[in-house]
Ligand binder design. Structure first.
Ligand code: 5RP
Length: 227
């Protein structure tokens, strides 16, 4: 009989979970921490729940995340009453080696950007398929005040983008989302600023001016951390 050698096959979801688990190392006792939105952040929430009582509470980047945290009995606070958070843990749709990100696939980009801005340390957790040489394959989500939808779309076209309305989707802030394809993101900070200059734009999903501080990637060979 031949000895069988079974390779552990990591699914994309296993990798997300491994990255989320590694982020627990950044969670200090008795802290109020920022928690993001999406399937990787959901893994982090499940793991946080096992630390019951070790943290004081959280600030959530979306209503969905707030509801999930509360279901686990984890307190959720308003950022205004908390000020800054020592750490914010969230996923990404794309990340480059300089820890610049595209986020907002789940439509929570504005609150995510606020939490990233208010965080002393932004820990991004993802599976390794999210790491890219140059950002921009994933369309850039742009949150827009509803009455400005077609005006903003026209301005985005002038910047070389192809905006597609995420029809039927309303953000937690009552706005709409344009997913912008074909933007040249070789200088993501410049495009981030340009998009935000368009009247009617609330914010966009390029996180280059405030990138992550730590990127934790789940890979077949284990967790890889880039700082
Ligand atoms: C939500 C986000 C998410 O972080 C992003 O979409 C990644 O999601 P997932 O962890 O499910 O791959 O920005 O607005």
């Amino acid at each position: 009989m031949y000895g069988s050698h079974e390779e552990a096959i990591m699914t994309q979801d296993d990798k997300k979970k491994a990255a989320a688990r590694a982020a627990l190392e950044y969670v200090a006792d008795n802290a109020v921490i920022g928690v993001g939105t999406g399937s990787t952040a959901n893994h982090f929430i499940e793991l946080l729940a096992t630390l019951r009582g070790r943290i004081e509470g959280t600030v959530a980047s979306s209503e969905a995340t707030a509801a999930r945290l509360r279901r686990h009995g984890i307190p959720v606070y308003d950022l205004n009453g908390v000020g800054t958070v020592p750490v914010y843990v969230d996923g990404a749709d794309e990340a480059d080696r300089n820890l610049r990100l595209v986020k907002g696939g789940g439509g929570a980009l504005t609150r995510e950007k606020i939490l990233a801005a208010a965080a002393e340390k932004f820990v991004c957790v993802a599976d390794d398929s999210k790491l890219v040489a140059v950002l921009g394959k994933f369309p850039v989500p742009v949150e827009v005040i509803p009455m400005a939808r077609s005006y903003v779309a026209r301005q985005v076209v002038k910047l070389g983008g192809n905006p597609i309305w995420r029809d039927g989707f309303v953000t937690d802030n009552g706005n709409i989302v344009l997913d912008v394809y074909n933007l040249n993101l070789t200088d993501p900070a410049a495009v981030e600023a340009e998009l935000n200059q368009i009247t009617g734009v609330v914010t966009n999903g390029i996180f280059a001016r405030r990138p992550a501080d730590v990127l934790i990637l789940g890979t077949d060979g284990g967790v890889r951390t880039i700082t």
